[in-house]
Design a protein around this ligand. Structure first.
Ligand SMILES: NC(=O)c1ccc[n+]([C@@H]2O[C@H](COP(=O)([O-])OP(=O)(O)OC[C@H]3O[C@@H](n4cnc5c(N)ncnc54)[C@H](OP(=O)(O)O)[C@@H]3O)[C@@H](O)[C@H]2O)c1
Length: 311
């Protein structure tokens, strides 16, 4: 039996990914979710559809170090070890400042810092020979749409240092309108720094665990835009799906299929330290390969989570 943990498995990409994985009854699936009511609904639906009874949910709020610690203890009690860790959960906060339970800016806190601590605490329990970690990033970390010299849409990730990014009112150099999006794309750049540095350290120690990075592409209609205003949410549900004719825009089921390959397909057994955009192996942004920044964020994240990361 293979044990697969998916953070944010109750909605969007996480739920569709769980749906595919559940089909194989040799898979034990743990949905790591902040809202246990939504999680239980997903578990019931997945069990009914697949007939796989090895599907459970466990409470995990990535915006709380306490919750992450409690989750880890419970997870270890109910599994024999972890084969695949899918760090999928994510948020985008359109407006205003929100903070984690520990006082850090929430987009950075959930998308990067929470997964950093979670991966750290789970490291000893991940299959040492063939374990896989896949971190969900986003193409927004680079490539902003530029037309006639003006940036449209989400600004590219901008690593201003972990001290700045963790501040409750971070990125004041951005306008109020674009700050939330800049925090989002930057958190996804941080995910890349973390994944590449983790991979580097694992290779240095000649460990069997692989780490890959995944951009699912633009998937209109998921819950990601829930923090936006009514107009933005309407456009996300009704207008954006029409963009599927463009490159990099995928129905969520297609993105889930590509994600499952990275998580479980034997053809990826030896693949590590790579970035995928949908099904395609690509380079991430030039900035994302800056090892000094990988190291800076790593050290800062250890300091913020007050936990040394032992690889
Ligand atoms: N949609 C896109 O176009 C797109 C593009 C590129 C990358 N992505 C990335 O794909 C991933 C999945 O997003 P999605 O589009 O499927 O959006 P989604 O439907 O909103 O799913 C996000 C999941 O993350 C969970 N989550 C949020 N905050 C959490 C926290 N503090 N602790 C634990 N779980 C938390 C959500 O739980 P609740 O249901 O309780 O809120 C939900 O299950 C994210 O990492 C996102 O950044 C999405």
């Amino acid at each position: 039996m293979k044990t697969i943990v998916i953070t944010g498995g109750n909605s969007g990409l996480g739920l569709e990914t769980a749906r595919i994985i559940a089909q194989d009854k040799n898979n034990q699936l743990i949905l790591a979710c902040r809202d246990q009511k939504k999680a239980q609904t997903a578990v019931t639906e997945l069990r009914r559809e697949s007939g796989n009874l090895h599907i459970q949910s466990l409470e995990l709020d990535l915006a709380s170090f306490n919750s992450i610690r409690n989750f880890t203890v419970k997870l270890v009690e109910i599994t024999q070890g972890i084969d695949v860790l899918a760090c999928n959960a994510g948020i985008q906060i359109a407006k205003g400042n929100q903070t984690t339970a520990d006082g850090f800016e929430k987009t950075f806190g959930v998308n990067h810092l929470g997964h950093f601590l979670l991966t750290n605490l789970l490291m000893p329990y991940i299959n040492q020979k063939s374990g896989r970690i896949v971190l969900v990033s986003s193409g927004t970390h680079f490539n902003p749409a530029i037309w006639q010299g003006k940036i449209f849409g989400i600004p590219a990730g901008d690593y201003l240092g972990w001290e700045e990014l963790s501040k409750p009112n971070s990125m004041q150099n951005y306008s109020e309108r674009s700050r939330g999006y800049a925090r989002y794309s930057t958190s996804k750049l941080c995910v890349l720094f973390f994944g590449y540095e983790l991979n580097r350290l694992l290779r240095e120690k000649q460990r069997g665990i692989t780490v890959n990075l995944y951009d699912p592409g633009l998937m209109p209609g998921t819950g990601l835009a829930r923090e936006g205003n009514a107009m933005e949410q309407w456009a996300w549900r009704n207008i954006m799906p029409m963009l599927r004719i463009f490159d990099g825009v995928f129905p969520v089921k297609t993105s889930a299929g590509n994600f499952v390959k990275l998580l479980t397909d034997p053809s990826f057994n030896d693949m590590t330290g790579q970035y995928y955009e949908g099904p395609a192996h690509k380079n991430s942004s030039e900035d994302s390969y800056d090892q000094l920044k990988w190291n800076d964020l790593w050290k800062g994240s250890e300091q913020l989570t007050q936990e040394k990361f032992i690889v």
